[in-house]
Every structure is written in C-alpha cells, then in structure tokens.
Design a protein around this ligand. Structure first.
Ligand code: ZN
Length: 388
C-alpha cells in the first residue's frame, strides 16, 4: 500500500516537474536572445501617474526590474497620444511623452539607454541594460507635416503607427468608419518618407484597406506592432489570414497582442462594446485642461474591472496560428502591457514573458524558433528598416 501511495505521489508531481524543466530551459534560452516587445504603454503611467519605473512595483504591468525579469531587453515604449489631441496639441503631447522618457533615461543611465538601431540594441543589451525603442502611436501626431515626422525621427522615435482609434486626415482606422478608402496621397507620402528616413511603418490600428495601401507603397518590411489574429478572435484590431500572408510577402512582423479581447473570442464581445462606447465627440479643450481631461479618461479606463477568459494558452494559440499562416520568420510579441485592461492568466505582467517562452517550448517549438518569436524577427526587421 505504502509503495502505491509513494508511486501515486510521484505521478502527481510529474506534470509540475515537467513544467519546471521547460521554465528552466526557457530561462537559459533567454540569455541567447534579445527579448523584444514591440508595444508597451508604460509611459502613460510615467506621464499621468508619475510612476517611478526604476523601482519594482506590483501596479501596472511593466517597470525596469520586471522587464529584466522577463528577459525583455528591448521594449518599444509607445508615445501614445489620444486622437482627441488635435493638430499642435498632439505634437505637444508627443513631446511631453518624449520628455518623461528622457527623465527615465537620465535618472537610470546604468539601467536603460535609448536605442535607434539594431546595432545599438545589441550593444546596449550586451552591456546588461534595457534598450529603449520609441514609437509614436497615431499618425495624427505629425500634424500633417513631414517636417514634424522627420523631427520625431531625429529625437529618437523609431516607429509610428499610421493611425489610432479614429481616422486622421490621411489614413483610415480599423475602429472608425472609412472616409479615405485607405491612405490618401499624402498618407502614401508619409510611408515613403518613413522608408527614406529609416523609420518603421507600423500598421497596427489601421483599417484593412490602409494596411494593403501601406504594403503596396512601402519598400521596407512593415510592423504590425500589437495585434493578433482575427481567425481566432474576430475584432477589427486583429488581422485576417490574408493580411498575414501579405505581411509575410512584405517581410514584415506581427507582434501578438495580449489584450484579453484580442486573444479570446469570449472576451472579444466586451472589447467590441468598449470600442463602440468610446465617444466620437472630441472635447473642445487645449493645454492643461486637455491634459486633465486625458488623465481623467485614462484613470477611468484603468478602473474597469474585467475578469478575462484569456489565458497564456490563448497567447500560444495566437502565436501558433500566425506562425502557421505567415511563417516562423514573421511573428513576434507586442503585448500592449500597461495599455490593456485585463492581461491573460499566466501572463499577468511583463516579468512573466519567460513563461511564454516555456509554453512555446512545451508546445514543441525548437529553441531557434522561440528565439525568433521572442525577439529575433523584430530585431531583423529593425535592421532592415534602419540599415544597421
Ligand atoms: Zn494601441
């Protein structure tokens, strides 16, 4: 009898032991790649919440210690400006975000450094620091002026999404009624100029037609920084299988978004409702009054309590689907941490990223494949766009 109990307890412990093995393997493997997440919204917490991301916190989803813990050594910090910031106000807001990023860089020079090329990312990661990649989130932020776009590139902003939640003057958004039938002529000029100055064209948030227009114009691979697959979760922010195939042809990369509605169809309904609830009415405010409005909106978003159905298994299924359709060289991670309401169970914050690598190993992905997904593909894209 005793022997049986002993055997049973060994059997019960087996799955746990196997899980540990994958995690140990993933942790070892994470030393061999530069973990890249092509979209986190942590700068909103710094600008609005005055959070010190040099210290580990259990609030929000990312800070420098948790990035290190998760092996994410090159996060794309989004400079997200809501579309109700119009014209010069959107430029001002972008500079405010760039300024708080600089405050972090100046305060923790031993922990984090700005990176504007693949070579810089490699050098900074080798030095044991976080390589900060900057990304503007919303084409309206250039105020319809290519000189502003070029200035952004000069102050270290390496990529830009062509639109955000609403259409702008030259690009249709996936979450608005189309008015331009994709990109306008000026929108196409924006893409050409981004190609020319070595800036990554990010097609997350754009309408399907804008996506295809951007791919037709771009001579460089494009990035879908934070979207998932519509075949598994049918929301407009995700991409279709046809778009995945076009992306592969272009040489681009999709960073899978961990937002619950992006991952799991049961959560998608709620996401659709909350997108529809976003007001079309922009407040008629400027300056500090507009900043205060944005802070209130931001805090209200955070207060939503959502119990997600999505788990780490949904993230793995999304990655697996994208790999099957687009190929192993075109899939990465764009978690959207600090921009999503309810992260999936098992991937509660960015410190858990190694668990995702472990889950991919468990699914049967080879070490080389996991390295590509966790950062290798996006690093290759940066090198192709920037030229170094
Ligand atoms: Zn976004």
């Amino acid at each position: 009898m005793r022997k049986w109990i002993c055997l049973l307890s060994v059997l019960a412990a087996l799955p746990a032991m196997a899980q540990e093995d994958y995690l140990a393997r993933a942790r070892k493997l994470s030393k061999q790649y530069i973990g890249i997440d092509s979209h986190i919204d942590t700068l909103q917490r710094v600008l609005i919440g005055k959070v010190d991301i040099g210290k580990r916190s259990n609030q929000g989803h990312a800070d420098l210690p948790r990035l290190r813990e998760g092996g994410v050594r090159a996060p794309f910090f989004a400079l997200w400006v809501p579309t109700y910031f119009k014209g010069a106000e959107a430029v001002r807001r972008t500079l405010d975000l760039r300024d708080v990023m600089q405050q972090v860089l100046d305060r923790y020079p031993d922990q984090i450094e700005l990176a504007t090329s693949a070579a810089a990312i490699e050098r900074i990661a080798r030095a044991g620091k976080i390589a900060a990649v900057l990304s503007a989130e919303g084409g309206h932020q250039i105020d319809d002026d290519l000189a502003v776009l070029r200035e952004y590139r000069r102050i270290g902003i390496l990529s830009m999404t062509l639109s955000h939640f609403r259409n702008n003057d030259w690009a249709d958004s996936s979450t608005d009624k189309p008015v331009h039938n994709g990109l306008t002529e000026f929108g196409k000029q924006v893409v050409r100029e981004m190609n020319r100055i070595g800036m990554i064209v990010d097609v997350s948030h754009v309408s399907d037609k804008t996506f295809y227009d951007a791919l037709a114009v771009s001579t460089k691979p494009v990035l879908v920084s934070h979207s998932s697959c519509r075949a598994l979760s049918d929301v407009a922010r995700n991409v279709t299988d046809d778009m995945l195939r076009a992306l592969a042809k272009n040489g681009g990369v999709i960073g899978i978004n961990f937002g619950e509605g992006f991952l799991n169809p049961k959560d998608a309904e709620l996401l659709k409702k909350s997108i529809n609830a976003i007001s079309f009415q922009a407040p008629d405010l400027t300056g500090k009054a507009l900043d205060d409005y944005a802070a209130t909106e931001y805090r209200r978003d955070l207060e939503q309590s959502v119990k997600p159905f999505a788990t780490i298994d949904d993230a793995v299924a999304q990655i697996d689907h994208a790999v099957k359709v687009a190929g192993i060289d075109h899939v990465g991670i764009g978690s959207d941490f600090d921009g999503i309401v309810a992260p999936p169970r098992g991937l509660e914050d960015i410190s858990k990223m190694t668990y995702l690598a472990a889950a991919l190993l468990k699914k049967g992905y080879r070490d080389e494949d996991v390295k590509k997904i966790m950062g290798g593909n996006t690093l290759r894209l940066i090198r192709q766009v920037v030229g170094q």
